[in-house]
Write a protein that binds this ligand. Structure first.
Ligand SMILES: Cc1cc2nc3c(=O)[nH]c(=O)nc-3n(C[C@H](O)[C@H](O)[C@H](O)COP(=O)(O)OP(=O)(O)OC[C@H]3O[C@@H](n4cnc5c(N)ncnc54)[C@H](O)[C@@H]3O)c2cc1C
Length: 492
């Protein structure tokens, strides 16, 4: 490790400027670790909130809890829309005076550990630099899943993925197909339905949907909520609601009282939304338990399906030609615009960032098709390297989990500096035992009951955290030191 004269300075590279990268940057600054650079391939911060510019893009989780503990904001609504969330992240960067650390428009192509010098060689689109520590904050849900339907390239109309929305494309009066009815598809459909001449909604398999009650805050409420204590109280209430809904993790157990109660709430909503329409009720009712796929929180999707200009097609797209799409029965729908709400590739964790650890072994070799990490953060053989939103950390209160991961990294970095060590690495015994324990917690849960984005090709659930926010907080606090092994090798 290269250090300054008193041995207290560490150069840190953070890859990604979404919620995770910004959480890491602020946390490091608060811990006195100020020599960091945040590399971001997009031209601005926000991650998915930079990319997701489709009409209707907004959060599912209440904004008072889908936000940082260290940055209050005068939210305009209980569930903010994309421009406000992206603006919040810009505001966080400025209020912590860290903008000069960000290098936008700079992709990290690969990182390689030097056994000789105990540093990371970080290769970017702008050259190569050495860093003592690397934090991967590259996200889970930002590599679009593009379909490989036969004939897709022949389509003569406009076609785009929701995370690459074509803002120049006018939909008014047009014939549009939206393919996919997950969280994003549901948000897009109600907005497109309001302007399109005809909208076909392709649904391969329905998802469980609960209505989302959005509060729009008036001036008085905003003024009140901008004060520290009312803000904290609101945040705690939102936190407790997430905890209550998870019922200590029972929500993920098929046929448990918590899971059945959630199914019953969804069924009530279906009945209320489609009175006298048993055909639609049947089409939107899933056959798997709640949370078999990520549940959708939305109050407008079902209403949109009842509009005269909307047709729900209960089928995957089978193929495309120059003027339209075919469903699995071979029926063609002529369209002008094809919107791919086909989601992302979260199970291929870190597929966009080649990482080479000790002895030149790649993380991709270590994992094969089954990404795993200690608390989703550290992997033996990859010293001074931390992943955020890594394997099995999706679920619970995501932004709070990200803050815990940033703290884990900050504490570990300070441990290395305090002991004048060359590196810190997770003990293999902890990594292995943790993953055996995690697999036990995942077994018998809903995550493999249907087609979803939680599993890798081998079938292992690699994205989901099966317990609660509190479990994760406690484990990361209790185990970070015990699991860490210092490498006291020579430092240069
Ligand atoms: C539309 C949408 C809505 C969502 N709503 C919610 C919600 O309501 N509640 C919830 O809990 N979660 C939600 N999520 C999940 C969301 O992914 C997380 O909440 C959170 O935003 C993840 O932040 P992140 O920083 O880890 O990842 P991201 O936001 O994905 O950011 C990662 C960043 O890394 C950059 N990057 C990647 N590779 C490289 C590289 N090699 N070099 C340089 N930069 C790189 C990317 O460009 C990106 O900016 C939503 C996701 C989407 C897509």
């Amino acid at each position: 490790m290269r250090r300054n004269d008193n041995g207290t300075k560490a150069r840190i590279a953070i890859v990604g400027a979404g919620f995770a990268g910004i959480a890491a940057a602020v946390t490091f600054k608060r811990h006195g670790l100020t020599d960091f650079v945040v590399f971001e391939k997009s031209d601005g911060p926000g991650g998915v909130w930079w990319d997701s510019r489709y009409p209707g893009a907004e959060v599912d989780t209440q904004s008072h809890v889908y936000s940082f503990s260290f940055q209050r904001h005068e939210w305009s609504r209980s569930h903010a829309a994309q421009p406000e969330v992206q603006g919040y992240l810009e505001e966080t960067i400025d209020s912590w005076h860290i903008r000069s650390h960000f290098r936008f428009g700079t992709k990290v192509d690969a990182i390689r550990w030097s056994d000789e010098h105990s540093v990371w060689l970080v290769k970017t689109s702008a050259g190569e630099e050495e860093f003592d520590f690397v934090v991967s904050a590259v996200g889970l849900l930002n590599v679009p899943r593009y379909p490989d339907w036969p004939g897709l390239n022949d389509f003569q109309g406009d076609v785009f993925h929701t995370s690459r929305w074509d803002t120049e494309c006018r939909l008014d009066g047009k014939k549009v197909a939206v393919v996919g009815t997950g969280s994003t598809g549901a948000q897009v459909v109600s907005r497109v339905a309001a302007v399109a001449g005809k909208l076909y909604v392709f649904q391969r398999e329905p998802g469980w949907i609960l209505p989302k009650t959005i509060e729009v805050f008036g001036d008085d409420q905003r003024a009140k909520l901008s004060k520290p204590w009312p803000y904290r109280l609101r945040r705690w209430k939102a936190f407790l609601k997430v905890a209550r809904d998870a019922k200590g993790g029972d929500i993920y157990v098929p046929n448990s009282p918590a899971n059945e109660a959630a199914v019953a709430r969804c069924m009530n909503y279906i009945e209320e939304a489609f009175p006298g329409r048993p055909d639609l009720q049947k089409l939107v009712t899933p056959t798997y338990p709640y949370w078999g796929k990520r549940p959708v929180m939305d109050s407008n999707f079902y209403k949109a399906l009842t509009r005269d200009n909307v047709e729900l097609v209960p089928s995957a797209v089978a193929s495309v030609d120059e003027s339209g799409v075919y469903d699995a029965n071979g029926t063609k729908r002529d369209i002008d615009v094809l919107v791919l709400a086909t989601g992302f590739r979260p199970a291929q964790i870190l597929s966009q960032l080649p990482v080479f650890g000790r002895g030149g072994r790649s993380l991709q070799e270590e994992w094969g098709d089954e990404p795993m990490a200690f608390l989703g953060i550290t992997v033996p053989g990859f010293p001074n390297f931390f992943t955020m939103y890594g394997p099995n950390t999706n679920g619970a209160v995501v932004v709070y989990l990200l803050e815990q991961q940033a703290k884990f990294a900050a504490r570990s970095i300070k441990l290395v500096l305090r002991h004048h060590a060359a590196a810190v690495e997770t003990r293999r015994s902890y990594y292995e035992r943790y993953n055996v324990w995690l697999q036990k917690k995942l077994s018998g849960k809903v995550f493999d009951t249907t087609n979803n984005y939680f599993r890798s090709r081998s079938g292992r659930v690699v994205t989901q955290w099966p317990l609660t926010t509190w479990h994760y907080w406690a484990l990361s606090k209790l185990l970070w030191r015990l699991s860490s092994r210092l490498d006291r090798g020579a430092t240069s």
